[in-house]
Design a protein around this ligand. Structure first.
Ligand code: SF4
Length: 247
């Protein structure tokens, strides 16, 4: 089986795998060349908790835009203590002050795509360049762009394998797991913030609004650019994957 067939086989087979099975396969396949990306929303917390039950050692990193809420920074510290890990931080090339000097004040109010590119996408690209696979916690029903997210695929945007173990989970399943396993979560979720990003681009949602309405409110933007779904391009894979049926 060539590499293209292997990744295709994993992609197809994984559709019937549980999050647990996907994570087991991922840790066995990629070892330390694999890391969980998280901004510490509830889905990310579930993934981290699942990983802690499966792998003795696992890596977690965050793209610290330097605009997180204080509650998010506190949660990161709690995660490090509870799971005995050190969360790896990737920072933008420009500090907030340097960005303001170079691009003017409050870029996020004028050009949030450019701001996200500099503060999220570029640091992620740099971080992923040292990995063979990454785990994200996106769910298909979160945004229109995520509806076709495979559980395992080749990430053509960043050039490595992308794993979405919670792709077919519902919001109810996520919260049920959080409560059942007493997983810590961001207290802002209890104050009307279903989705939490940078302070400048996140507000509480009003009753009846979509759960992502509080992100980039006033803009048509719904994604920061990290999770653009593109067709598999397995021919560019240079890694050897084991038999995807060995879950
Ligand atoms: S979410 Fe807002 S502040 Fe954060 S990087 Fe994107 S545009 Fe900038």
């Amino acid at each position: 089986m060539n590499t293209q067939e292997l990744i295709k086989s994993a992609e197809l087979a994984a559709e019937s795998w549980s999050a647990d099975q996907i994570l087991r396969w991922a840790f066995r396949t990629f070892g330390e060349d694999l890391a969980i990306a998280s901004a510490f929303g509830v889905e990310g917390m579930v993934t981290i908790d699942l990983a802690s039950r499966i792998a003795g050692k696992f890596r977690v990193f965050t793209i610290d835009t330097e605009f997180f809420f204080p509650e998010t920074y506190s949660l990161i510290e709690r995660v490090e203590q509870k799971y005995g890990i050190e969360v790896e931080r990737a920072y933008p090339l420009l500090s907030p002050e340097e960005q303001e000097r170079k691009h003017g004040p409050a870029l996020w109010t004028r050009n949030p795509d450019q701001c996200c590119e500099m503060r999220k996408v570029e640091p992620l690209r740099r971080k992923l360049s040292g990995l063979r696979a990454w785990i994200s916690s996106i769910r298909r029903d979160q945004t229109a762009q995520r509806t076709s997210a495979p559980k395992i695929s080749w990430d053509t945007k960043f050039g490595l394998v992308k794993i979405n173990p919670l792709a077919d989970w519902t919001e109810r399943q996520v919260w049920s797991y959080i409560h059942q396993h007493q997983v810590p979560y961001n207290p802002l979720h209890d104050q009307g913030y279903p989705s939490i990003g940078c302070t400048h681009c996140t507000r509480a949602v009003r009753p009846g609004e979509d759960s992502r309405a509080g992100r980039w409110s006033g803009f048509t933007k719904t994604e920061c650019g990290l999770h653009v779904i593109t067709p598999a391009a397995a021919e560019t894979i240079s890694t050897n994957l084991p038999d995807a049926t060995e879950v």
